[in-house]
Design a protein around this ligand. Structure first.
Ligand code: HEL
Length: 416
């Protein structure tokens, strides 16, 4: 008796399959599995979100020092939101899943999409030397556009020195307006970290240079390109790039930065130019828009299939082999065997996770209004397992990985 995979979603057909499996176990029927490509795709579908586990992850996040945390999960079963704690400590206003927040490096995925659209339009080559488009900017003519997108340029991350001391570093730049070239110059003061192409070394500098590349190629500010290529077509009503504006307009979450020194009060870091990050991390969004963005990207609505495949060509970023980076996109392999794609973000006062399944049918956007608090970020990472692994018990999985990606104990600045 052939057992067709995938498991169909309807309860009746699940019952029928259980009966068939019982027949096999009882020796009444032989086991033959027929897996078609379409079936395999369905078989990989993530189970429904485990909402109590989602809420627990958020409570663990506030328990670890975040004033508030929220998550929004979308999937065939509909939309689910959960929020705990406060979005504003001064008023005591409750965390609100509709509120806007700073998304930090999730901005990198927006920048990568714009660059890859320009690649698919034939205006930039992935393996073009950066110097072909931005002559004289970088001292090494071997650095290509692909090296920037996959963090293999070897350009030092200027933010390592900038934020060596967390609060003084932040206060020194929160009102500043940098030019892209100022930021590149800061990077070039430092030794390069690797030969071009040799290894993955996460660096904000790469996505600053990509911002310059977008502006040079299109002749427009990045804000305009995000708007006409992503924000407009997807109808993202709460997503913006307001650099060098300092405010988050409308209903928003206030962000709280943890000082390095234990016992010192949290610093309200909501208003800042984020000029130190720009196209590497200065966007504002909300949970619904991030769900829409990651689902649309993985669902093939922003890039042609061949270009999306390039974006999804990943290599591991840590020793567990369960975290990988493609072109402006992360992949996390969860304990239940499901892989999810998206980006994480850390900007003073805000941690963000924005991920979707490979088919874009399920997505998670989670945020906590704190930063420089690794335990809170780790706890927030628990929302991934809750959203995509559901009640399915964690197994060793194909690579023997049994913990959530965020539980891998790397020092925060190096867990990149
Ligand atoms: S770091 C990351 C995250 N990325 C990178 C980028 C972003 N964010 C930054 O570069 C901010 C660095 C300073 C953050 C600050 C804090 O916690 O608010 N920390 C300190 O000042 C520490 N001394 C790789 C984690 C990403 O997930 O991609 O976003």
């Amino acid at each position: 008796m052939p057992l067709p995979l995938p498991l169909p979603p309807s309860p009746n057909r699940r019952l029928a399959l259980c009966a068939a499996l019982l027949a096999v176990v009882a020796g009444v029927a032989p086991l033959t599995l027929t897996v078609t490509p379409a079936a395999a795709a369905h078989a990989a579908e993530a189970p429904a979100a485990d909402l109590p586990a989602l809420e627990r992850a958020l409570r663990d996040t506030t328990g670890a020092g975040a004033p508030g945390a929220m998550a929004r999960v979308t999937g065939p079963g509909g939309v689910r939101t959960r929020a705990v704690g406060v979005r504003d400590r001064s008023t005591g206003a409750a965390m609100d899943p509709r509120a806007r927040f700073r998304i930090g490096s999730v901005t990198k995925t927006f920048s990568a999409v714009v660059v890859l659209q320009l690649v698919s339009e034939g205006r930039i080559g992935l393996d073009d030397p950066v110097g072909r488009h931005l002559p004289g900017l970088l001292p090494d003519g071997r650095i290509t556009v692909r090296h920037l997108l996959n963090h293999r340029s070897g350009l030092a991350d200027y933010t390592d020195a900038m934020f060596a001391r967390t609060v003084p570093g932040f206060e020194a730049v929160r009102n500043k307006v940098f030019g892209y070239r100022d930021l590149v110059a800061l990077s070039l003061r430092e030794p390069r970290t690797t030969e071009p192409g040799a290894s993955y070394q996460y660096s904000n500098t790469n996505f600053v240079v990509l911002g310059m590349l977008i502006e040079k190629t299109t002749g427009h500010p990045v804000a305009q390109e995000y708007g006409r290529r992503i924000i407009g077509p997807l109808g993202l009503r709460n997503t913006s790039y307001v650099h060098p504006g300092k405010k988050i307009e409308g209903l928003h979450v206030r962000g709280y930065l943890h000082p390095d020194e234990a016992g010192r009060p949290l610093v309200d870091s909501t208003e800042q130019t984020v000029s130190w990050a720009q196209s590497a991390g200065a966007m504002i969004s909300d949970a619904a828009d991030l769900n829409t963005f990651t689902s649309a990207l993985l669902g093939g609505r922003l890039l042609p299939a061949r270009t999306l495949d390039l974006m999804l060509t990943m290599s591991p970023t840590d020793a567990t082999g369960t975290r990988s980076y493609g072109l402006g996109l992360r992949r996390y392999d969860l304990s239940c065997g499901t892989s999810v794609y998206g980006h994480t973000g850390t900007v003073q006062g805000f941690y963000t996770y924005a991920f979707a399944t490979r088919d874009g049918r399920r997505s998670l956007a989670a945020m906590a209004n704190t930063s420089n608090r690794g335990t809170a970020n780790t706890a927030l990472g628990g929302t991934l397992e809750a959203a995509f692994c559901g009640g399915r018990p964690a197994s060793a999985g194909p690579r023997g990985f049994t913990r959530t990606p965020a539980e891998v104990d790397l020092p925060e600045r190096h867990a990149r």
